[in-house]
Design a protein around this ligand. Structure first.
Ligand SMILES: NC(=O)c1ccc[n+]([C@@H]2O[C@H](COP(=O)([O-])OP(=O)(O)OC[C@H]3O[C@@H](n4cnc5c(N)ncnc54)[C@H](O)[C@@H]3O)[C@@H](O)[C@H]2O)c1
Ligand SMILES: N[C@@H](CCC=O)C(=O)O
Length: 509
């Protein structure tokens, strides 16, 4: 990432705002469709500017996409694993070549500054590299069997389910659809992607990079729109669904799938109410830095974002001061302005939700400190609310906004019990000078991704390669995480195969 690249990003975003916007089509079996009511996406930094558009896919089109994928998947399932991996790998140079272009789309639709916008393509690149690497490892698709005393030839292998659907959240409009699509394809499935209505042009990148894989026509289809096409996709004749989004929608999908004629996989990654614990002998300067970044990067619109601090008595007052001082320095504004820390939030509705939260905090007499905003659009400032009882709604509900609560707790044990006292369990962190506390935290905290004394990150910063990512409890449905070597296997089912020795040559995969 060079200064020159950042300047080009600013120039391209500026230029795009002045020009015509794209309307992305639904694509089914290689054919473009523009069916359904038009949905225009306004730039969150300049809502008078329309930056992209799509159509709200009617149910029939969603079903057509699933049917087309089902036909193509029969051919894809016969392609040997090594060749599937090779075909998926063909997208790697394409993805690398499009990181900067996709950054512009993400900035226009979701308003992330350069680093965050660029990180979308960069993360997809690493997901593609590592997913293909893990799937190529010996044994990745085969459960080695012992010699059969009865003399049969045996194996036990992973086979595709058929067709998956992907329902995408707005905050990572490329990454969150790309990872499951890559995994589903490697495992031998077809995929129908439903993009986020706030980021259809960004999400469309997933279809574009799949095109260079030379897949059977119709194996990957893309549809756009609001919640309706998501509901239609979930209700269609899929063999499995992949959902990333809020706990409420994810749970409803899990319930619907459980009520079906037989059990089908639901790979759901959902929200969090991510805590950090800070205890008396922690390095409070370091804690404040990590807290502020994890709470306010991307305006708090990250599933891993920190939203509640549980701090012990001896550290409380100083930590509140340090965090408040830092928050006052933060500016939210146009993502191409190099002086802003984060962009606007996703919609006017999100601004309304923010205003209600601040009203509640003020009426309750909590201390509220904010950063500033600059410019126009769906802007709200980074906000820290302290003096909040740990059980208050403000400290227990995921707001998905740049709002952080600070609650004082008597000791580490109480902090840990409060941290775990939620149905969600995505990320959690601790800043402590006491190794016993760190050890107990690692052993007992109920979250899928945990940070201990990490400089700069209290709860965020999970990247393919070094880390995996996924939630426990209500935050994730499978217990196996994205980005890791067990992810692709979730898109496949195991089959044990037994044959007379003379037919062993049939056991290919
Ligand atoms: N755990 C993770 O990996 C992860 C990553 C990113 C975001 N998230 C979570 O996503 C949420 C923010 O994203 P969002 O506001 O787009 O979430 P959302 O749940 O409102 O929407 C997600 C997607 O589901 C669709 N949808 C809505 N209702 C539906 C229904 N009844 N049936 C089928 N589809 C439906 C939407 O159109 C959208 O495409 C937060 O809760 C955040 O924590 C989680
Ligand atoms: N990749 C993000 C989490 C994704 C959530 O929306 C992180 O690094 O914290």
């Amino acid at each position: 990432m060079t200064n020159e690249a950042q300047q080009a990003f600013v120039a391209n975003v500026t230029e795009r705002r002045k020009g015509a916007h794209p309307t992305v089509p639904h694509i089914i079996a290689g054919v473009e469709y523009y069916d359904g009511p038009l949905i225009e996406r306004r730039d969150p930094s300049h809502p008078d500017v329309i930056v992209s558009a799509c159509h709200d896919a009617p149910d029939e089109l969603v079903h057509k996409a699933v049917e087309a994928s089902r036909k193509a998947q029969k051919e894809w399932a016969r392609v040997p694993l090594a060749e599937r991996i090779e075909r998926v790998s063909r997208a790697i140079p394409y993805i690398e070549a499009h990181i900067e272009e996709w950054a512009v789309r993400v900035a226009l639709e979701i308003a992330k500054p350069y680093a965050g916008s660029r990180a979308e393509g960069a993360e997809v690149l690493d997901i593609a590299k590592f997913s293909t690497k893990y799937a190529s490892a010996p044994g990745a698709f085969e459960d080695a069997r012992e010699t059969d005393p009865a003399g049969f030839a045996n194996d036990s292998v992973l086979r595709p389910y058929g067709v998956f659907g992907m329902v995408t959240p707005f905050n990572y409009p490329i990454v969150q659809a790309a990872g499951p699509t890559i995994a589903a394809l490697i495992a031998g499935n077809g995929m129908v992607v439903k993009t986020a209505a706030d980021g259809p042009w960004s999400g469309h990148a997933v279809y574009e990079f799949c095109e260079v894989m030379n897949l059977p026509v119709g194996l990957v289809n893309i549809i756009h729109g609001a919640d309706g096409p998501g509901r239609a996709l979930v209700a269609s004749d899929l063999d499995g669904i992949c959902f990333t989004g809020s706990v409420a929608v994810g749970r409803s999908i899990i319930r619907d799938y459980a009520a079906g004629p037989y059990s089908r996989p639901v790979i759901a990654e959902m929200g969090g109410k991510n805590p950090v614990i800070v205890t008396d002998d922690a390095d409070l300067e370091e804690a404040a830095k990590g807290i502020v970044f994890s709470a306010f990067d991307m305006s708090g619109q990250k599933c891993s974002a920190l939203s509640r601090v549980l701090v012990t008595q001896g550290a409380h007052d100083r930590l509140v001061e340090l965090v408040s001082e830092r928050v006052k320095e933060l500016k939210n504004g146009d993502p191409i302005d190099p002086t802003v820390f984060a962009g606007p939030v996703v919609s006017p509705e999100a601004v309304d939700r923010y205003n209600k939260i601040v009203d509640v905090a003020n009426s309750a007499g909590f201390r509220v400190e904010t950063g500033s905003t600059k410019g126009e659009g769906y802007l709200v400032p980074a906000t820290v609310i302290s003096g909040v009882p740990a059980a208050h709604d403000l400290a227990t509900v995921e707001h998905f906004l740049p709002v952080l609560t600070i609650s004082e707790v008597p000791d580490f044990e109480t902090a840990l019990s409060v941290a775990n006292d939620t149905d969600m369990g995505l990320t959690a962190g601790i800043y402590t000078g006491d190794l016993n506390e760190a050890r107990t935290f690692l052993a007992e905290v109920e979250a899928g991704c945990v940070d201990v004394n990490v400089p700069g990150h209290a709860t965020t910063g999970w990247w393919p390669g070094p880390q995996t990512f996924g939630g426990w409890k209500g935050s994730g449905s499978t217990g196996k995480q994205a980005l890791g070597k067990w992810y692709v296997g979730q898109f496949a089912r195991q089959q044990a195969r037994k044959l007379p020795r003379e037919l062993e040559h049939l056991l290919t995969y």
